[in-house]
Design a protein around this ligand. Structure first.
Ligand code: NAP
Length: 243
């Protein structure tokens, strides 16, 4: 049994990951930023499954809040053995229309948040010489998306961070991997019309849209001992959209 911290676990992919880890018998810290009620509900659902759970608020883009979050998780559940960096926001629009504040908020959340959480988690993981980190990237970080340049840049950064950090901490017995989802039906897709979504489905070789559970299964695998010889990898879970 491990202590798992999942950022952005109040909704969507993060919430599916939280339930999947709980079903495997792990204790789960459910990080949220704004969706307090959903995070508390999820923590109660996890406790009903017999696992430990703790909803913890932090804006991952703020390193002081991240530090306080790890201190709180350490007190409630123990040191984090598995970190899943899932918190993220998207921004659709022309790069030329993007403001400094919009750029900064996206990079703070999607890239710097991953850095801050990895840094905190590694303090305990290096001491115990064990641990696994799974970062949630995106296929757009691999190939780039028109009108999502900042998001693509942040996710490409997450992929670079994953590969470099995997090499850095492998001698300490810690694995770092990324899951790179394709189109997954969550609130993040709310801005897309039914027609847009139909086109995305059609462009996906498996002619299907992903579910949060599809991503959670890959995350749980990469964090598990079944993946003991896998590090620095980016696992595409995208229906064949990016190969
Ligand atoms: P979602 O349903 O919109 O959920 C986003 C989650 O991130 C929420 O739990 C939200 O928490 C949290 N969050 C946002 N800003 C945060 C912050 N500053 N600090 C802490 N938590 C924050 O999105 P999703 O589709 O599940 O996305 C999860 C991850 O998968 C993201 O990294 C996203 O980029 C990636 N992804 C998604 C897709 C897709 O098609 N859906 C594809 C590729 C990659 P609150 O509600 O509590 O604020």
């Amino acid at each position: 049994m491990s202590v798992v911290l999942i950022t952005g676990a109040s909704r969507g992919i993060g919430a599916a990951c939280a339930l999947a880890f709980a079903r495997e018998g792990h204790d789960v810290a459910v990080n949220y930023c704004r969706s307090e009620e959903k995070a508390n509900q999820l923590a109660n659902e996890i406790k009903a499954l017999g696992a430990g759970a703790f909803a913890v608020c932090a804006d991952v883009g703020d390193s002081a809040q991240v530090k306080r979050m790890f201190d709180a998780v350490r007190r409630e559940l123990g040191a984090v053995d598995i970190l899943v960096n899932c918190a993220g926001i998207a921004h659709v629009g022309l790069l030329t229309d993007m403001t400094d504040d919009e750029w900064k908020r996206l990079i703070d959340t999607d890239l710097s948040g991953t850095f801050y959480c990895c840094r905190e988690a590694l303090r305990d993981m290096i001491r115990s010489h064990r641990g696994a980190i799974v970062n949630i990237a995106s296929m757009w970080g691999e190939v780039g998306a028109s009108c999502e340049a900042a998001y693509s840049a942040a996710k490409a950064g997450v992929i670079g961070l994953t590969k470099a950090l995997a090499k850095e901490v492998a001698p300490s017995g810690i694995r770092v991997n990324a899951v790179s989802p394709g189109v997954v039906m969550t609130d993040m897709m709310a801005g897309f019309t039914d027609d847009d979504i139909a086109v995305l489905k059609e462009e996906t070789p498996l002619n299907a849209l992903g579910t949060p559970e599809d991503i959670a299964d890959a995350v749980v695998f990469l964090a598990s001992d079944k993946a003991r010889f896998i590090t620095g990898q980016v696992l595409g879970v995208n229906g064949g959209m990016v190969i």
